[in-house]
Design a protein around this ligand. Structure first.
Ligand SMILES: Nc1ncnc2c1ncn2[C@@H]1O[C@H](COP(=O)(O)OP(=O)(O)OP(=O)(O)O)[C@@H](O)[C@H]1O
Ligand SMILES: [Mg+2]
Length: 229
């Protein structure tokens, strides 16, 4: 592959027409994230961080602008999001504030599911799921249902699920917001490790200033725009 960034967002905007006028949720944001890079996204509530993640993750279309993955344009104003489902599944791992695990599946089954959706044989998917959980210090919890896990453990399972297909891009929206500072730090250190050892491009939205030392780069959002530090 060329030296193109894993994620390249160009002049991305998302405007909403509301009763009170036009809301510029995102207003011309450009950002590249390279393989192995951990980027932190900070900014006040309502500044457009989640909107940015939804667009960069191909979950919503922009009003204007483009999203490129590894040198290929994948999203723009008229893109067909349904047609991008495979791209999302294979190339992007998502982690949100809530783990959103499937309650009647064990930890390892939750991780294996995303592999089975990508046509991996169930036995292989489970074996890989166990290995992944072990790397996140969850081997002893692999067969538990989510309700038997602590919040931090559930969130680590969600991280394992996001990593299952070894996506080159990981997008996380306040993944530690529901965790105490120790658990939150652990999850952030996992993202640091994923970028460092797997060479994934990782973008994490967070409000937590205690994690700033882990990032390669930090960007700030304000009123739908990226502002200088
Ligand atoms: N569907 C929508 N219709 C109208 N306005 C919207 C819509 N979705 C988001 N917005 C507005 O866009 C702006 C950006 O929202 P966004 O959720 O991206 O902010 P955020 O930075 O993630 O905030 P937080 O830190 O609270 O999660 C906000 O003013 C929000 O009200
Ligand atoms: Mg948000």
């Amino acid at each position: 592959m060329s030296g193109a960034p894993v994620l390249s967002v160009r002049e991305l905007s998302r405007h909403y027409a509301t009763g009170g006028g036009m809301v510029r949720a995102l207003d011309g944001v450009s950002l590249d994230v390279a393989a192995g890079e951990l980027v932190g996204v900070f900014g006040p509530s309502g500044s457009g961080k989640s909107t940015f993640l939804m667009l960069a993750g191909l979950l919503e279309n922009p009003t204007s602008g483009e999203v490129w993955l590894a040198g290929e344009r994948v999203s723009h104003a008229g893109a067909d999001l349904d047609a991008l489902r495979e791209t999302r599944r294979k190339r992007i791992g998502f982690v949100f504030q809530k783990a959103n695990l499937i309650p009647f599946l064990s930890a390892v089954e939750n991780v294996a599911l995303s592999l089975e959706l990508a046509d991996v044989a169930p036995a292989d998917a489970r074996a890989h799921g166990r290995r992944l959980l072990a790397t996140l210090d969850l081997a002893h919890r692999a067969d538990n249902l989510p309700a038997k896990l602590s919040g931090g453990e559930q969130q680590r399972v969600a991280v394992a699920r996001a990593l299952a297909n070894a996506p080159p891009l990981i997008l996380a929206d306040e993944p530690t917001a529901a965790l105490d500072s120790v658990r939150g730090r652990q999850v952030m250190e996992i993202f640091r490790r994923i970028a460092g050892t797997r060479g994934a491009a990782v973008l994490v939205i967070t409000h937590d200033p205690r994690s700033t030392d882990l990032f390669d780069r930090i960007v700030h959002f304000e009123d739908g725009r990226m502002v200088p530090d």
